[in-house]
Design a protein around this ligand. Structure first.
Ligand code: DHB
Ligand code: FE
Length: 278
């Protein structure tokens, strides 16, 4: 039987890719952000996950406004990155964990979720950069299953719906007949808004409340409507839905091992949390 060994939630900002390329991780602007990942990488070296379910939101690389699934699951043997226009180097392709992809799809449909299944899928900075933060050599010692949630075009799935999706992902992984150690990685947030009159908006108080809730009262954010979450966290801060989905996938005894919070990275309040799932 497969085991969920834990969850990691982190922000994703394209500028991380250029910082890696320019090797400026130790400069004062970047150090408080990159240093946050040191304990996470130590933990990964100890627990050695074999499979990663990556819960992220595509920003227009694979899905565009003409066809926008609410939920999509990658069912491809391999996932490639491509140019998004940020001018950052592309990363090597990720090997897909096809067996878990199809098991997850079957399990989700059985539980009355109806994800789009993608037998070809490009993965954008929201997928590639968190993976590069966890495995800086970019040699990907794991196989992956992308789970993509729409945060781009209204209507978005509610926080409650994302919580339920996460629970269903957790059940699917647990019922996967494979001797694998599975990590759930959720990427996005925390508060930021890239457009409109509130461009540059950051809400530290809300972010810290949300991070505390992730360990102390994990369903706390499900009380908010999408509009309320946007009000509190910004139009792109809604990406915290990936954190919520990830947290919901962790079952049994869950212990927070590490967290980091730093403002700003580009226009974003950068958060990081590591949970162990026993
Ligand atoms: C930024 C943040 C994001 O979440 C994203 O997808 C793109 C850019 C930023 O702060 O620059
Ligand atoms: Fe984003």
């Amino acid at each position: 039987m497969a085991k969920i060994i834990g969850g990691i939630t982190t922000s994703h900002v394209p500028a991380i890719g250029s910082a890696i390329a320019r090797k400026v991780q130790h400069e004062p602007y970047w150090k408080p952000f990159f240093d946050g990942f040191i304990p996470v990488r130590q933990w990964l070296a100890e627990v050695k996950p074999t499979t990663v379910v990556v819960v992220y939101n595509d920003h227009g690389l694979n899905f565009f406004l003409d066809s926008m699934p609410t939920f999509a699951v990658g069912c491809a043997p391999e996932y490639r990155n491509a140019d998004e226009g940020w001018g950052i180097p592309q990363v090597p392709p990720f090997p897909g964990q096809l067996d878990l992809s199809w098991h997850l799809v079957e399990s989700l449909v059985d539980e009355e979720f109806d994800p789009v299944t993608c037998q070809e899928m490009l993965v954008d900075h929201a997928f590639t950069l968190p993976m590069a933060l966890l495995w800086p050599q970019q040699d990907w010692p794991v196989k992956v299953v992308p789970v993509c949630i729409n945060t781009v075009q209204a209507p978005l799935p509610s926080a409650r719906r994302c919580w339920k999706l996460g629970e269903a992902i957790g059940r699917a992984v647990q019922s996967w007949q494979a001797d694998e150690r599975v990590l759930v990685l959720g990427t996005g947030g925390l508060s930021h808004q890239l457009d409109g009159r509130r461009a540059g908006f950051i809400n530290k108080e809300f972010d810290l409340k949300f991070m505390r809730s992730m360990s102390e009262d994990p369903t706390w954010a499900t009380r908010f409507s999408t509009e309320d979450l946007v009000e509190h966290a910004g139009t792109q801060g809604i990406e915290l839905l990936m954190w919520l989905t990830t947290r919901a996938a962790l079952r049994g005894e869950v212990r927070k091992l590490h967290e980091n919070y730093h403002i700003p990275i580009s226009n974003t309040a950068a958060g990081l949390m590591l949970f162990e799932n026993r």
